[in-house]
Design a protein around this ligand. Sequence first.
Ligand code: GRF
Length: 192
Amino acid sequence: MIKYTGPKKIKTAVFISGTGSNLKNLIKFSKKKNSPITIDLIISNNSKAKGLSYGKFFKIKKKVFNFKNKILIEKEMLSVLYKYKIELICLAGFMKILSKSFIRKFKGKILNIHPSLLPKYKGLNTHARALNKKDKFSGCTVHLVNSKLDSGKIILQKKVKIYKNDSVETLSKRILKQEHKLYPAAIKKLFG
Ligand code: GRF
């Protein structure tokens, strides 16, 4: 794992597919003096992603890639990432699975946030699954991305209590609030 030292901030790209509340939160974090990162690029597979509006608002370059031909698109994506000298990728609600060869090119430099206490509930619908199992806790995890889905080294986790009357909506809202604290904390832990 590369250790970043000195005054130079880490050039970061955030990948999104939807709302982008984690993106917005990471942008705000990046603007703080003690943040080790700058956000230089937003990438989405979805031109309708609500989160893309933060690119305009915060004047951050954004690029949309249509993932129909993954091999070709990843090649294009890599050249854009190199062009902007991106050193770190933060996946934040990005709904596409990156190929092994793409991940190898950014080995140890791709982070993801996942709405469960990994290794529990990899993949989708984590809140519904935790509720169905009548778990007492769920939470969120920031981890490094490797070639297996939601399986890379865990950087930080936050436990969140599940209440008897919780629904997917109430639980996801409460966990999202914690995600917004956890992602910056994990970045600080790694690079701060
Ligand atoms: C978050 O719950 C994140 O953990 C998951 O997708 C959701 C994205 O939310 N991977 P947002 O787009 O950042 O609001």
